[in-house]
Design a protein around this ligand. Sequence first.
Ligand code: NAD
Length: 260
Amino acid sequence: MTHAAGRQSIFITGAASGMGRETARLFNQKGWFVGAFDVDQAGLQALQAELGAENCLALALDVSSKSQYETAVSAFADATEGRMDILFNNAGIAMRGFFDEMPLEDQLRVVQVNLVGVMNGIYTALPLLKATPNALCFTTSSSSATMGMPLIAVYAATKHAVKGLTEALSNEFRRFDVRCADVLPGLIRTGMPSDDLLANAPAGGPFRVIEAIEVAETVWQAYSSDILHWFVPAELADLDKAAGNTPEILRDKLGKHMTV
Ligand code: NAD
């Protein structure tokens, strides 16, 4: 049976692709035990083959299902003797288009995965985090949580929500000595952005294309830090400030770049 054998451990959702997969690889290189969870079973198998079955527990998990989450956390706890150094709530989906032109059911699915999935994860994994000294609850938010972005309205709303959840729980979980933080990535080369979006990205600035490994390295840094919000790239922090100081100016600027 796969066993952490005293190693530090990270539970990663959305581990079969993109930032989740790069994070699994990086923590594996650092000697950590990795729990990899995703709806993409083929992707998980490939990851487990790469990392070695003795270093990686890989299980199918739809984060929007609380019962599946309970099964996944229980399997992870069996492998780690009830510990979890990092919960990385990373799985997410996006839909692009005008709010009024996309089926409401599809948009509710975005909420189920990106927000309810994160709540399921934190709620279910909390006993393990509490049992682990210096544990970190880390969530993938988005640069779209700085200012609600047109054409990804519901996606941006869920990312604002997880950012707010992280802020609130970072205080509540002081009771348990569990830290909470999140990352707000810009445009990252993963399975999520369309080829078109990547091809037409600016060569410089906060929305240049960034490699997924940079987000993985951020998760690594966050483990040894008390920083609440991580911006990748760092200049996105300026956008966050602009959104806070003069949202109307930023709104009007974003409104000039609406192409589906
Ligand atoms: P990705 O599509 O490469 O990876 C996302 C993974 O999540 C996939 O393996 C997918 O199968 C999995 N997934 C989807 N629904 C799931 C579910 N219900 N349960 C479990 N797993 C599920 O994309 P990525 O860019 O690596 O996405 C990771 C996170 O980063 C997401 O939360 C996304 O919203 C966020 N993000 C991405 C970007 C970007 O530019 N790529 C920017 C900001 C934030």
